[in-house]
Design a protein around this ligand. Sequence first.
Ligand SMILES: Cc1cc2nc3c(=O)[nH]c(=O)nc-3n(C[C@H](O)[C@H](O)[C@H](O)COP(=O)(O)O)c2cc1C
Length: 512
Amino acid sequence: MAFDSFGDFLSRLEAAGELTRLSQPIATELEITEIANREMKKPGGGKALLIEKPTVNGQISSFPLAINTLGSFRRMAMSLGVNSIDEPAAELASLMKAKPPATFGQAIKLLGTALELRHAKPKLVRTGPCREVIHKFDPPPTRTETWPPAPNWREPSTLDPRPPTISALPIQKCWPLDAGRFLTLPCVVTKDPDTGERNVGLYRMQIYDERTTGMHWQLQKVGARHGRRYYESGTRMPVAVFLGGDPVFTFCATAPLPDGVDEFLLAGYLRKRSVELVKCETNDLEVPADADFVLEGYVDPKEPLREEGPFGDHTGYYSLPEPYPVFHLTAITHRKDAVYPATIVGPPPMEDFYIGSASVKLFLPILKMNFPELVDLALPAEGVFHNLVFASIKKTYPMQAFKLMHGLWGMGQMMFTKYVVVVDEDVDVHNTSEVLFRLCANTDPQRDIIFTRGPADVLDHATPALAAGTKMGIDATHKLPGEGQVRDWPPLIRMDEAISNKIDAFIKSLKS
Ligand SMILES: Cc1cc2nc3c(=O)[nH]c(=O)nc-3n(C[C@H](O)[C@H](O)[C@H](O)COP(=O)(O)O)c2cc1C
């Protein structure tokens, strides 16, 4: 189901009892974090919060701020218009099964075809609500050989007389040692200059001043790969950023889609309606017509990188300052009734746990295509996304757990995983206590643990070098002959089912 706007989604959340309105002025400087953090720590993720009067330096902002809107399993499912993420996951699985791919490459191709089959291709429209108010800054960059002329350039329909500024937005300073204010849910649109393929990635943006921000696309992300091509050719890189609109966009921008698969295609598929896109005012990129805010601009490869951070990060620690590209604003456009979407990251669990879990569920069928032994996979909140993976397998031959670990470490953003624990198929990987029990019971450390080296999350402060580190895999499955010296493997203690049922009935009779 598609939402017409972020506001439409918020109304549905409110009607479902999933949203709390706060009508008192609350400071974007730390106070929103303190309130949202307490909410996110409630069992199940608490409620979404609509802060009607966020203040910026003591002044009430023109725009309300909504936070924790995807921060529970229910709200995450609602954002995709389903009762449970199991629904689209099962549908994707059956699409894949219709013509099983032999390789992961084929699986990705099939995913693309499957998405297109539903007529989910985005379509270009002339204008949309995100253009209701237009602030254009300097004239567009002078047209040189390195800056392609913008054929879409046209005079805006509504020019807002107020001075154009990003400081009108209720952008938070999240944690005490943050270097400043950060956009926390910006969807960043870029294109591969060689193929024209689009990417939408969610990368935070530090506000430097009214016209410039940081662009925190990390080394291994698709936006950064596009950026490197522009740095190699020395040409200005058009970038468009949008916030809000249908919440499915934010989810898709975080999803670990393979490079080359368009996030708007996935969004259209999930919401069962094509995404309507409008051309930017000052560059050639496209953004959703129903977005709440659009920030248009560019990254100039001739300009030195600038220090970004520190920022209180999803690792639970501050990420230290690192050099990143500078994003220059050429225009801001927005809906008249725009709501500013935000989140916070920090010590887990936070909203991003629910976003990440939805991705895992959705893409599990694709992983299973490559790893037929895989039964289930969980990224526990304590592992803040990538640090820790629990996988259960149906084990049929020796060393299969190690085969899976190596496979996962070689697959997309799974490369960031520091610890992989593999258990047998009867273990509920979403129950950390059960996994730890099996880990302790079923392992001989020397025999069942391997270390290897690989790329690491750039946010990981514990690796000896930035973006490079070691990984540990633990085989906590039952052991087979051929997996080192193995004695007879004892059965797990379980009660007879008949006795169990009899006692269930007995307890029930005591209550009645
Ligand atoms: C709340 C939140 C904030 C994020 N911030 C960043 C960030 O600042 N930089 C980054 O590279 N990835 C960040 N990510 C992760 C990316 O959005 C994610 O890896 C995504 O798949 C990247 O898309 P890409 O593969 O198209 O580059 C964030 C994710 C979430 C949920």
